[in-house]
Ligand binder design. Sequence first.
Ligand code: FAD
Length: 387
Amino acid sequence: MNVEDFLLLETQLTDEERLIRDTVQKYVTKEVLPLMESSYEAGEFPRQFIKQTAELGLLGLTLPSEYGGAEASSVSYGLVCRELERGDSGLRSFVSVQSSLCMYPIFRFGSEEQRQKYLPKMAAGELIGCFGLTEPDAGSDPSSMRTTAKKVDGGYRLNGAKMWITNAPFADLAIVWAKTEDGIRGFIVERDFDGFSTPEIKHKLSLRASCTGEIVLEDVFVPDANLLPGSERGLSAPLSCLTQARFGIAWGAMGAAEACFDIATEYLINRKQFNKPLAGFQLVQAELAEMFSEITKAHCLNLQLGRLKDQDKATHVMVSMAKRNGCHHALDIARRCRNLLGGNGISLEYHVIRHMTNLESVFTYEGTHNVHTLTLGRHITGLNAFA
Ligand code: FAD
């Protein structure tokens, strides 16, 4: 079932947006889906995705061409996230982190030298980044971070630890947020700086095909040239990066939901119990109607948000609403589909359980459901209920 056709949303996309979406959809069907069952089981991120997504121009998609970007619209970026996550949330996470959490801060807060040095290579997939904000004792409240950057001759000494960092074990550089005497600042920490290490986090039962690690900083000397000069606005700098990434997550989560919905619909039409297709039972149709409606509504929200973002009118509160809505409904839809597939629903062969367990992480990272609820609550009431 093509959800875009239902409210004729397809007609609202430009030719370029349709072309980008269709290209990524074909790529995911041909190159990604055949690998996901085994990669997920093995707990490995297929490294060939790096070169492939770079060649498709998906890394830094919205950035100016002089830095290797494709100058595509925000809606295009959203569509790309949706198609990639139809494949696997781990692949979309890789692209989100590289584009929104690493290339974006270098573009937005970096010097011209930093942009020239890193961005074209990152767009080409020759340099991979990770984003270190979360710490073992600072998640939803990043202002309580303990990582410090002490000013020394010619640079800074960084000490601390970051936790749950996507791409960290194989990243060539990390955007690390640390407390200086002047507040929280961002630093580009390169892999070969002494005292920098990124042990992998094992035993995950979610996002298994995404590589997650810690960042350990032991007296790491970071030269002045690697401080992001525009990050002097404290926590608002890393939060603005998260707003970029959350926009893509709102779309991406719906890609995973649609994959589950399509698989379940086909399964229910073909599987017979009590001498008729399961899709012919009223209780089953009620589930399908509910899921179809939520996917359609989320597309409307995401598309409008994308258009506003392209006009520079999207706020972080709007993005919170879309991330919260997308993740909540995507996880709910994946769980419903898992149930509707019966015993087959727990087999990796049918993909739904993989999406379902992935979405548990997507629901939690980049601001949990509760955190986005509180953001909306503060917007509505003017009262801060965070602390
Ligand atoms: P906590 O903040 O301890 O929250 C635990 C629970 O308490 C949650 O349900 C939360 O909603 C709730 N809670 C917290 N505060 C409140 C409150 N005031 N009111 C009500 N409820 C509250 N981080 C990075 O920096 N970079 C990455 O690349 C990255 N990748 C990740 C990849 C994965 C697979 C995962 C799982 C996480 C990743 N994260 C990353 C970290 C992620 O952003 C955090 O896990 C998330 O922000 C939640 O923080 P926490 O885990 O410390 O949970």
